[in-house]
Design a protein around this ligand. Structure first.
Ligand SMILES: Nc1ncnc2c1ncn2[C@@H]1O[C@H](COP(=O)(O)OP(=O)(O)OP(=O)(O)O)[C@@H](O)[C@H]1O
Length: 793
């Protein structure tokens, strides 16, 4: 009886397996036969030739209909072409490249053994995290594993696990650091490279880093470039080794390959206002006061300005929650703010361009550009944070009188129409006197104001676009007053900022500090430990050449008088190197400073002085040990040369060497064994697979049914998944192999789900529930980190 059922089961499985293989072949064939006429008619994901695992992930994540760019780009990518795709902000480019990445590796039966198969590079950490989240969702039902490597996270944690993932997402600096340092990370098998926001990566000073990454990837890989504002620079494309790239433009109404247009979401309402530089803060204040229930994103040109405006407004309390986000913050704070802003309904986030690209914050009502963007592309990306995926959104650009003509004409040249608004006098509230009073009472705020002032001037000077940014025409004295400064800091401006120095500045800003310290290592490979030299905000303030702020408020640094001085230094002081503040004498004139109120009775001073003198002149003393005869000896005594030579090499030394040698040999043997086992295991699996494919393997039957059951035959655990919609019985050979090792009783769906989050191979064997991961969808940073940890464990 048992025998009979076994036979039926075996036959059944064989049939199903053959069916599944046939279907996979058919999908591959459909991909090859796809014509652009055909795929332009597609409306839904299930019409695309995708495997059941991926369709299921998409379905469960709520993605059913195709957007224009998805309809056009996915088939081109599936066919193995190099693709250069452009489409409006918020139009779904992330899925347009993630779906082909996952499908390519599924087609190739990619497994843990095959290592890294796809690399996705993004310009910012936040964007990398966002893509990672989407990938986890849509790839949940495949056997692939994914990893996230971004600066500011635990490097050694990543280093240990980075060699085990199939799809790696990260920022350029951190990726290169891993490629250079992690022995386990093999990049010679990479099938796909994706650059999201490619033009930004190429533009923002990552060129050298990117070149170094590209140098380690195989030439035959497929390359995909996505952005709302695409690069077409021949030089850039050559550097990326793109072969006959297909240009996909999702901005064209009829859906086209080729085309140059740059367009904005239809649901976006754009406007601009013109105000003098010294009225910008008052304008922002008035705007916030009249939009207390809105979700607002404010862009300014530097992290110092973010810091100053945030701190000032926080003290003035506009009545709307305030947040700040810039690239100089600690990574934890950045992720927390992103998360909070995502969840909040009414608040104002003041940020730099670190959030201008790709970030999908839901339901932003207003994007305010308080400082003019460096170019029209940046404008497009900034406003693109609202009006996403058909939602309504409004934007307001704040221009200075001398910026208006230049910038608006450049917008018109790109066919971007924007209406001018006049602000009613009654709506304006001038907050200059409040800011001045705040700065007068707080040395820290005044210091921040000075830094913000300098960095704004710097941001104007380094701009390439001189028809818009004209430092000589700015009323800097009035601007300083509006920031609460009693006078304008005198600036020594650089005579000329050419392209080369501009690029150097960008490179410096984005450089990976670890890589930099490696390049600064001496011949012995020693790196000076910078971590020991943590500079606090106090240090920075006292190191500054310009002590105007400090001398005036010197006494107020006493926490009781000068306001709270936080010890958390969350931004770097890089302005001083670029632009020195002019001063007549670099030293603080101690005579000008008020007397310090110390305990200065004559007796106390005399005592202190005599102690100090004793300490300086007196013998420092030495530590001695006494022998049995009571004679004193120094703790360490040197032998004379004769005795030393007679005794030969120290016993301790040689013992140490031999034990260490032994340890090394053992470790080496273990390592070799592991590699041998891995190879043998892989070979065995391949053979087993071949056997299964030939259909004469006895031990393939039990688990095969289980696997296909979940995918195709209405498994109860399949969470109402309508498998027939997606093509029944697409085989999952990797899963078959796993199952054939005696885990017949594992429910197929659970197993597959577990595989994505936490491969069996990496699960914590000590933990009771090792390998079972409860969280379905990451909702918080902690969830995401837990997922990543589980995934990579
Ligand atoms: N097919 C789809 N069905 C439903 N929602 C979708 C679909 N594609 C994308 N979305 C949603 O649309 C929003 C924008 O998508 P995405 O972030 O990929 O846009 P983008 O084109 O990359 O934008 P940007 O240019 O700003 O980077 C996201 O919230 C995403 O979940």
């Amino acid at each position: 009886m048992v025998k009979k059922s076994k036979t039926i089961s075996r036959d059944d499985k064989k049939v199903k397996r053959e069916q599944a293989e046939k279907q996979l072949k058919e999908i591959k064939q459909r991909v090859q036969d796809l014509t652009s006429e055909e795929y332009k008619t597609f409306e839904r994901f299930k019409e695309l030739p995708l495997t059941a695992d991926i369709l299921r992930g998409l379905d469960r994540s709520g993605f059913h209909s195709l957007t224009e760019i998805q309809k056009l780009a996915i088939p081109e990518c599936l066919k193995g072409n190099d693709v250069l795709a452009a489409a409006k902000t918020g139009s779904g480019k992330t899925l347009a490249f993630l779906v082909p990445v996952v499908q390519k590796l599924v087609f190739e039966n990619w497994s843990d053994m095959d290592g890294l198969g796809a690399l996705i590079i993004t310009p910012t950490r936040e964007l990398a995290v966002q893509i990672y989240e989407v990938l986890l969702k849509i790839g949940k039902y495949t056997q692939l594993s994914a990893g996230l490597v971004i600066g500011g996270k635990d490097y050694s944690f990543e280093k240990e696990r980075v060699g085990r993932v199939n799809i790696l997402i990260g920022t350029p600096g951190r990726l290169l650091q891993h490629m250079d340092e992690s022995a386990t990370l093999q990049t010679d098998n990479v099938q796909m490279l994706v650059l999201d926001e490619a033009d930004r990566i190429l533009d923002m000073g990552f060129k050298k880093t990117l070149d170094a990454i590209l140098g380690q990837l195989p030439a035959g890989r497929q390359t995909l470039l996505f952005s709302a504002t695409q690069t077409k620079s021949v030089g850039d494309l050559a550097r990326l080794s793109m072969v006959n790239p297909k240009y996909v433009n999702g901005n064209l109404a009829n859906g086209g390959i080729g085309g140059e247009e740059l367009s904005l979401p239809e649901s976006l309402e754009q406007s601009y206002v013109v105000v003098p530089l010294n009225e910008k803060l008052s304008l922002l204040w008035s705007f916030l006061k009249s939009h207390l229930q809105a979700k607002i994103l404010v862009f300014v040109s530097s992290s110092k300005q973010v810091h100053f405006i945030y701190e000032t407004f926080r003290k003035l309390q506009p009545g709307i929650p305030l947040m700040k986000l810039h690239g100089r913050q600690k990574q934890k704070a950045r992720l927390e703010t992103s998360m909070k802003f995502t969840q909040s309904k009414n608040c104002c986030l003041i940020a730099t361009d670190v959030v201008a690209r790709g970030l999908d914050f839901p339901a932003i009502d207003w994007v305010i550009q308080l400082d003019c963007p460096e170019d029209v592309s940046t404008y497009v990306h900034r406003v693109g944070r609202c009006a996403r995926f058909g939602r309504q959104g409004k934007s307001m650009l704040v221009l200075l009188p001398n910026e208006e003509e230049g910038f608006i004409s450049q917008m018109s040249a790109k066919k971007i129409e924007i209406k001018k608004l006049n602000i009613k006098g009654s709506k304006k509230k001038n907050i200059q006197s409040q800011i001045q009073s705040l700065c007068f009472n707080s040395a820290e705020l005044k210091y921040l104001a000075q830094k913000a002032f300098i960095s704004y001037c710097k941001s104007v000077i380094i701009q390439k676009n001189k028809s818009v940014f004209k430092i000589d025409e700015l009323p800097l004295d009035l601007f300083a007053s509006s920031y609460g400064l009693p006078g304008m800091p005198k600036l020594r401006l650089p005579k000329k900022v050419d392209d080369e120095s501009r690029m150097k500045l960008k490179e410096k800003k984005n450089e990976n500090r670890k890589l930099k310290s490696l390049s600064n290592a001496n011949d012995e490979g020693e790196i000076e430990d910078q971590t020991k030299k943590v500079r606090t905000k106090y240090d920075k303030m006292f190191e500054r050449k310009n002590q105007d702020v400090l001398s005036e408020h010197y006494m107020q640094l006493n926490p009781g008088l000068g306001g709270k001085m936080s010890n958390t230094s969350d931004d770097d002081d890089d302005d001083e190197e670029f632009m020195k503040v002019k001063r007549h004498d670099d030293e603080v004139k101690t005579a000008d400073l008020p007397e310090l109120e110390l305990n200065s009775s004559k007796r106390a001073m005399k005592k202190a002085l005599s102690r100090k003198l004793t300490a300086m002149k007196g013998d420092k003393g030495a530590k001695l040990v006494f022998d049995e005869d009571g004679k004193a000896h120094p703790v360490y005594e040197l032998d004379d040369e004769e005795t030393f030579l007679k005794e030969g090499p120290s016993k301790v030394h040689s013992e140490f060497l031999s034990t260490e040698r032994e340890k090394m040999t053992k470790a080496d043997e273990i390592d070799k064994g592991v590699v041998r086992d891995k190879r043998a295991e892989k070979k065995r699996r391949r053979k087993e697979l071949e056997k299964q494919l030939e259909g004469d393997s006895d031990d393939s039957e039990g688990p095969y049914v289980a696997t296909l059951g979940a995918l195709a035959s209405g498994d109860e655990n399949a969470d109402n998944y309508e498998s027939d919609e997606y093509g029944e019985g697409v085989p999952d050979l990797e899963n078959d192999l796993e199952d054939s090792e005696g885990e017949d009783d594992v429910q197929p769906e659970k197993k597959k789900q577990k595989k994505w989050f936490d491969s069996d191979k990496y699960k914590d064997r000590d933990s009771k529930d090792a390998g079972v991961f409860e969280i379905e969808q990451p909702e918080t940073t902690e969830d995401l980190e837990a997922l990543a940890a589980k995934l990579m464990n």
